[in-house]
Design a protein around this ligand. Sequence first.
Ligand code: PEP
Ligand code: MN
Length: 338
Amino acid sequence: MIVVLRPGSSISEIDHVVEEIRRHGLSPNTIVGTDRTVIAAVGKEKEGLQFSLETLPGVEKVIAILAPYKMASIEGHPEPTVIRVKNFVSGGGHIGMVAGPCSVEGQQEIMDVAHIIKEAGATGLRGGAFKPRTSPYSFQGLKEKGLEYLAAASKVTGLAVFTEVMAPEHVPMVSFHADVLQIGARNMQNYPLLEAAGAQPKPVLLKRGASATMEEFLLAAEYIMKAGNPNVLLCERGIRTFEEHTRFTLPLASVPYLQEKTHLPIVVDPSHGTGKASLVKSMTLASIAAGTDALILEVHPNPEKALSDGSQTISTLAFGQLMKDAKVLANGLGKSLG
Ligand code: PEP
Ligand code: MN
């Protein structure tokens, strides 16, 4: 880390900072400029050192050089992590495609959707059995029955099941039925949930909190990895801004930005990211152009009748058409999609 001293800091203040850096086992390299002094502290940094150096007299700021998310960081892990579950592959030139209704609504319904999206080329099936709804009066999901329906649809089609887990005590149940555990935007900083998902073996799709910074997002992934699970997919699903023309604002610069910072695969959710079915196809193609490693889309045979998020859900028919263009674009970029 780099310690920047205030202009006019005294020799004794500088000496004290140097002593403190040594006391923490790092070697100080002092650069004396015309106006101010800068000290580079080289060596293995201990947690909290940055903040303790910042409190010393004469110090203006301390700049960390290494990312605080050690396991998620691309530093020391330059090759991309590829996540494979059943036929779903994300990363390393493969764009995984996950589709399905916002909520699991019934056994036949999820089985039918699974067949149609598989036919169109998807490899992942989404559907919420535990639903985080803004209103307690809205449909809350079919819970364990919904998980059983998803598992049955996966058994027949071979699609990998992506479904949300909302509470640490549900992790064993969801992990038993699902192939990938989704942690929703509202729970991105639910640390006991992140740790519980990190302590089970299935990959985790972590959604960005609607007001989370990139660093908070990556540190949330770090919780899962630190608990023992290296297979985390990071999902950009839009953030809350002043803008009202879409439900959320979908910042696609997150995709290449995150790829500069982490080896984990990046997923985009254009359904929640826009809240509008008419915008989903364009933003899917834009996500592919931005370099996404996977997509997760809300798809329903009859979006008007969907029990949740119908206005951002595309029809199974529209999904088939979207897949054709998405494949052409991905293949043109030298990637496979499905
Ligand atoms: C969902 O995928 O249906 C969902 C609730 O997503 P998010 O957590 O991104 O709002
Ligand atoms: Mn939804």
